[in-house]
Design a protein around this ligand. Structure first.
Ligand SMILES: NC(=O)c1ccc[n+]([C@@H]2O[C@H](COP(=O)([O-])OP(=O)(O)OC[C@H]3O[C@@H](n4cnc5c(N)ncnc54)[C@H](OP(=O)(O)O)[C@@H]3O)[C@@H](O)[C@H]2O)c1
Length: 330
């Protein structure tokens, strides 16, 4: 769009790692799209747990300074050299670093067409959570219909997406959380069983609910607080996919899990070679039509104005949300 390149935009920028005060809403140059990139006028951006670590300086590889945000939805307003799949005016959503700003650069590969049935807030609630859950379940675990799936932190952005994906896959799905109100909401979104890992004996409940079989696929994200209960819940030949370390990175477990032939997988959508080739392809082919027809629904809990990013981080820390916290960008 002619003229935009001369202007500045507002964006949430971090110069030094720290607390909420480290994030400053300030004027920044409007970015120019390079080869294979599109520039998106952001209308909404999603909040992720990882951003709290980026801000604090505990997210591996995060360099200073940087603009906050990992995903957004908006309208393409300029395309870089070689871009063929997007045009100015397209409604898109996708992963893009620097999304808590009025404009962001998105790789053409990551820019997904926003179905007409979704607004920008819904679109911004999808990319990181759903693509992570899709990679964990569809690409890595690939459970058979009827498999028993347990989703740790089912109320999280990733967990609430995994719940819908696993149900669509025909699985029996259990979810855990630290609060009963979140478990009630998970039931409302289709969970077959829910466990409060603070108050329930999760492994005993799983055994009772699966007639002694146990869990075929466990999505692991919390860490030491819940790891043993997850191992104890697993069925013979069960697969654990570890995608997060929300509660800490050190986990201690007995290697006798080998006697049950448990398989441990770990993953990151940022570094997996299978992510761009398999996950993005199958997500476009299989998930996008499900969003268009309403089978899949973004899980939006709280919508805040752009200026309230620090409040959004407070809510992440409070751990009361179910699904996504989204900022609207005027
Ligand atoms: N591997 C990848 O490629 C990838 C991609 C995206 C995200 N992730 C990771 O996935 C995890 C979830 O991300 P998200 O954005 O979905 O999170 P989120 O929506 O903010 O939810 C995180 C939830 O984790 C639970 N939790 C358990 N122990 C916790 C602790 N000590 N501190 C904070 N929360 C704790 C809380 O729910 P309860 O209190 O109910 O347990 C909390 O609400 C994060 O670790 C993130 O870094 C990984």
């Amino acid at each position: 769009m002619a003229g935009v390149s001369d202007r500045t935009m507002r964006g949430w920028h971090v110069h030094e790692f720290g607390g909420l005060e480290a994030m400053r809403l300030e004027p920044l140059p409007v970015p120019q799209p390079g080869p294979g990139q599109v520039r998106v006028r952001v209308h909404a951006s999603g909040i992720n747990f990882a951003e709290t670590r980026m801000r604090a300086g505990t997210y591996s590889g995060q360099a200073l300074p940087f603009t906050m945000g990992m995903e957004s939805a908006g309208v393409v307003d300029a395309v870089g050299p070689g871009v063929t799949a997007c045009r100015a005016g397209d409604r898109v959503f996708g992963r893009a670093r620097g999304s808590h700003a009025e404009y962001v650069l998105m790789d053409e590969l990551h820019a997904l067409p926003l179905p007409d049935s979704l607004d920008f807030v819904g679109g911004a609630a999808i990319p990181v959570g759903w693509l992570t859950a899709w990679h964990a379940l569809v690409t890595v675990a690939d459970p058979a219909p009827g498999a028993r799936v347990l989703i740790e932190a089912v109320a999280s952005s990733v967990g609430s997406a995994a719940l819908q994906i696993a149900k669509w896959h025909g699985c029996w799905v259990a979810g855990t959380a630290s609060r009963d109100d979140k478990l009630a909401r998970a039931r409302g979104w289709g969970a077959d069983a829910v466990y409060n890992y603070r108050t329930d004996d999760v492994a005993a409940r799983v055994r009772a609910d699966t007639d002694g079989h146990g869990i075929d696929v466990g999505l692991m994200t919390i860490g030491e607080e819940t790891a043993q209960a997850l191992f104890d819940s697993m069925a013979y030949e069960g697969r654990i996919v570890m995608y997060g370390s929300t509660g800490g990175r050190q986990v201690c477990f007995s290697l006798n899990i080998g006697t049950r032939n448990l398989q441990l997988h770990s993953m990151s959508i940022s570094t997996s070679a299978r992510f761009p080739t398999e996950t993005m392809r199958t997500f476009r082919e299989l998930a996008l039509p499900r969003f268009a027809d309403g089978t899949f629904r973004p899980v939006v809990d709280v919508v805040l104005p752009f200026e309230e990013l620090p409040r959004a981080h407070e809510l992440v820390d409070a751990r009361t949300h179910f699904g996504k916290i989204v900022l609207t960008v005027p």
